[in-house]
Design a protein around this ligand. Structure first.
Ligand SMILES: NC(=O)c1ccc[n+]([C@@H]2O[C@H](COP(=O)([O-])OP(=O)(O)OC[C@H]3O[C@@H](n4cnc5c(N)ncnc54)[C@H](O)[C@@H]3O)[C@@H](O)[C@H]2O)c1
Ligand SMILES: [Zn+2]
Length: 374
């Protein structure tokens, strides 16, 4: 990797020969190629969605072409509905048509949906081509672009088909967040809140104490917080690439979160982060109910998330527990008995197995009733 601009922070994801850099900073898109490893690519595909494409694709395509890469632009419709097998096959068809080989590259320019889809297509096309991530949502910058998980959904549950395929570089250009809607920005804040809840590091405590500082962030604050989140994720991924141990912690709030998304048919009723936000309050209730978590955990979760403008209870009409339970059970992290990430207290996560279904039900009832509020 070459020169860094003054305003860029580089965080390494250490994975032996598959290690890579995540760059967080201002205006990285303009000097995109200076951050690329020497790979001898001849062709590049830029996969984006029809919201992000008109905003940022022309500049990226132009830069790649200026560096003698034969570049094609592929665009999918925005939203979770694009994370399907069918869409992945269309993308792969586009690569075939343009004569891509194994020594070419795919750029994922967009949010987590584009990232997961591009990653999946790149990992299976010719058994795997290089992937560069250019995440443009807060969600994707702090979470989904790092760590190599790719996925498409099945109607029954989220992320049921996927691969591990690490990118060769990740560029988080904070300036792209300027065009994000408030709702999508807040969706990313839910993952920021998640990191602050599972980490015992100082920044997590600071953020819990003053959530508004991030909710109303300047680009400088945002770059600093995003870099902290990337550090957390990079450390967990380096320690447990295949998600058999500590990487599970990143799933905090996701068991119910994913179930709410799936119950809504991925129709956008819940953004991913909104589901996670509600799911974290639920996980805190379960933590308390099992006796593992400190009293008042759900209440303080709720206070923080509300300050970030996030939902803390399922939207009406809320799905019944009968609908939610099998979806939670199918969540990819459950192996056999019911598994969830819980908290003893802020900064002390634990993976808990064989949770009692009747306890899960009563906590869901408590969530619907808003029992955690003061
Ligand atoms: N692979 C992982 O480890 C991982 C981790 C977390 C989340 N995810 C996945 O990520 C997905 C959610 O990602 P997301 O929240 O980024 O959703 P998204 O990709 O759907 O993006 C949200 C919306 O913002 C628009 N958008 C993106 N960038 C923009 C910009 N700069 N300006 C204006 N509009 C912009 C998109 O077009 C879309 O409408 C989910 O599918 C989730 O499962 C994956
Ligand atoms: Zn998530």
């Amino acid at each position: 990797l070459k020169v860094l601009s003054d305003s860029a922070t580089e965080i390494r994801v250490e994975l032996g020969t598959r290690s890579y850099a995540v760059l967080v900073g201002d205006d990285l898109l303009g000097s995109l190629m200076s951050f690329m490893p020497e790979k001898g690519w001849r062709k590049a595909a830029v996969l984006t969605d029809s919201n992000v494409g008109p905003l940022y694709a022309a500049g990226v395509v132009e830069t790649l072409r200026a560096h003698d890469l034969e570049t094609v632009l592929l665009e999918v419709p925005p939203g979770e509905g694009s994370k399907t097998f069918e869409q992945a096959f269309e993308v792969i068809g586009g690569l075939m048509e343009s004569g891509f080989t194994r020594s070419d590259v795919m750029f994922a320019l967009g949010g987590g949906v584009v990232g997961d889809l591009a990653g999946f297509a790149a990992s299976v096309f010719k058994r795997g081509i290089d992937l560069v991530a250019i995440p443009t949502t807060l969600m994707a910058q702090v979470d989904s672009s790092i760590g190599g998980k790719t996925a498409v959904n099945l109607p029954a549950a989220k992320n049921q088909v996927g691969t591990f395929h690490q990118p060769v570089a990740v560029l988080c250009d904070i300036l792209t967040l300027a065009t994000l809607s408030l709702r999508e920005f807040r969706s990313g804040l839910a993952e920021v809140a998640k990191y602050s809840l599972i980490t015992s590091r100082d920044w997590g405590g600071e953020l819990r104490a003053d959530p508004r500082a991030v909710a109303e962030a300047t680009p400088e604050t945002l770059a600093r917080v995003a870099a902290e989140c990337v550090r957390e994720k990079a450390a967990l991924v380096s320690a447990d690439e295949r998600d058999t141990g500590v990487r599970h912690y990143l799933n905090y709030g996701h068991t119910l979160g994913h179930a709410l998304e799936a119950a809504g048919g991925y129709d956008g009723t819940y953004s991913h982060g909104e589901g996670v936000s509600v799911g974290m309050v639920y996980a805190a209730l379960v933590s308390e109910a099992t006796g593992l978590g400190r009293k008042g955990l759900a209440e303080s979760h709720s206070a923080m998330l509300v300050q970030m403008g996030l939902p803390v209870a399922p939207l009406a009409p809320a799905p019944g527990f009968e609908d939610i339970e099998p979806r939670m059970a199918r969540d990819k992290k459950s192996d056999g008995g019911f598994v969830m990430v819980l908290l003893q207290e802020e900064g002390r996560p634990a993976v808990v197995r064989d949770l009692d279904p009747s306890l899960l039900r009563s906590c869901y009832d408590a969530l619907l009733a808003g029992d955690f509020r003061k």
